[in-house]
Design a binder for this molecule. Structure first.
Ligand code: ADP
Ligand code: ASP
Ligand code: MG
Length: 413
């Protein structure tokens, strides 16, 4: 036991995403890095994603055998991806002389609700992980999965291995949660969209949450929320170069805040419009209650000024929730006597995020001017104190991101 040591070793949770365990070479590289970390004196818990695009491949297979995606069976299927990686990483660790054992989400004590395909963690009982650490092993945990209160296997939503890693780091009181991925940190825009994007040394939790919520998929939104609530320091870094990356930190009141830190893009949503809605109290409540009962997350909402006693209500939802949203809206449309129900999956969203926006008027005007100079039409707008989002046509998103990145002085020299 480490009790006799005066200096406490750090406990590091290292999460490796799909590309980081994409093939045998990558898995061996991961094993070597874990061995190096251990040789430096730290304890390590590894959390893995499925290899490469394996989760997408499994979803395609499901679609090939059935027109439906029964949620319980989808979870059974998709969790197989992480099971493969955890066993392979554990074997690769053994091959470089690091003793380890792999654990499914259920074995790691990740208890979730019963909401298949997007389950929420209710509780973590990491007894087996603690025992493995105490025995000197490196536990390798399958990300993205848990077991429900009904004893069924669940998944935490796409990108959910980030949540597993942060949740375990919080439960084990780890010193840091390292998210290893295929970029060297969090950038001022998705480097695949804006080639002039710069790596940010530090990002506040507030900014990272806005980025994750508006398309900066480098971290899953729920993992950032979880990390902030439980004060887990997050370090996003590369499993290709191993160089230090970006720290997600509590806001430092003495820090000079950038007005705009990042531009994000998102083409994963669609717009739903209910037209000719009678303009009277309770109608919007009825609509959004139905959507919430159908477990549809609604994002931006716009209601037009009423004309002759009727109005239009538009909102955005994840494309994956579009069918459920349309079904729920049709019930309400008929009940309230609204004239039309339409949807549009050709939209995209560009957003500016920056903690300094709170105290800087003029950002909105400059954003609109920049889009207008490029002839890009704005269809919807939403803001928070540190973010402005515009819905535009999906095929103009890349141009919009690059133009805004340049206009707000974010381009790398
Ligand atoms: P992993 O499989 O490791 O979880 P993801 O594909 O989920 O990796 O996330 C990494 C990707 O996130 C990068 O390849 C990058 O294209 C994308 N990304 C989007 N926005 C950003 C950003 N602001 N900074 C860095 N990467 C970003
Ligand atoms: N394999 C899962 C996915 O592709 C979870 C993850 O990678 O975080 O969404
Ligand atoms: Mg990810």
């Amino acid at each position: 036991m480490a009790a006799t040591n005066l200096v406490r070793m750090a406990l590091v949770v290292q999460k490796y995403g799909g590309t980081s365990v994409g093939d045998a070479d990558r898995i061996r590289a991961v094993a070597e890095h874990v061995a190096r970390t251990r040789a430096g004196g730290d304890d390590v818990v590894v959390v893995v994603s499925a290899m490469g695009k394996f989760t997408d491949d499994l979803i395609r297979l499901a679609d090939d055998v059935s027109p439906h995606r029964p949620p319980r069976e989808m979870d059974m299927l998709l969790t197989a991806g992480e099971r493969i990686s955890m066993a392979l990483v554990s074997m690769a660790l053994g091959a470089v002389g690091v003793e380890s054992a792999s654990f499914t989400g259920s074995q790691a004590g990740i208890i979730t609700d019963t909401d298949h395909t997007k389950a929420k963690i209710l509780e973590i009982r990491p007894d087996r992980i603690r025992e493995a650490l105490d025995a000197g092993l490196v536990p390798v945990v399958a990300g993205f999965q848990g077991v429900s209160t009904e004893r069924d296997i669940t998944t935490l939503g796409r990108g959910g291995s980030d949540v597993t890693a942060v949740a375990l780091a919080a439960a084990l009181k780890a010193d840091v949660c390292e998210i290893y991925t295929d970029v060297t940190g969090v950038y001022s825009a998705d480097p695949r969209v804006a080639p002039k994007a710069r790596r940010l040394a530090k990002v506040s939790f507030d900014e990272m949450m806005e980025m994750a919520a508006t398309g900066g998929r480098v971290l899953m939104l729920r993992s950032v929320e979880f990390a902030r609530r439980h004060h887990v320091p997050l370090h996003v870094r590369s499993s290709f170069t191993w160089e230090p990356g970006t720290w997600i930190v509590e806001e430092d009141p003495t820090m000079e805040e950038a007005i705009v830190s990042a531009v994000t893009d998102d083409t994963s949503e669609a717009k739903v419009t209910v037209g000719g809605v009678p303009d009277r109290p309770g109608v919007a409540a009825q609509l959004f209650r139905h959507l919430s009962d159908a477990k549809v997350n609604v994002d931006m909402i716009v209601q037009n000024t009423s004309l002759h006693g009727t109005t239009d209500i538009s909102f955005t939802v994840a494309k994956t929730d579009l069918d459920a949203a349309m079904a729920a809206c049709e019930v309400v449309r008929a009940a309230i006597g609204a004239a039309t129900l339409t949807c549009d999956d050709g939209i995209g969203r560009v957003s500016l995020v920056g903690a300094g926006m709170k105290s800087s008027p003029g950002v909105t005007a400059m954003m609109f001017e920049t889009l207008s100079a490029h002839g890009i039409n704005i269809e919807m707008i939403s803001t928070s104190s540190i973010r402005i989002s515009c819905v535009v046509r999906a095929d103009r998103v890349v141009e919009a991101v690059r133009a805004l990145h340049t206009a707000f002085g974010l381009d790398a020299a």
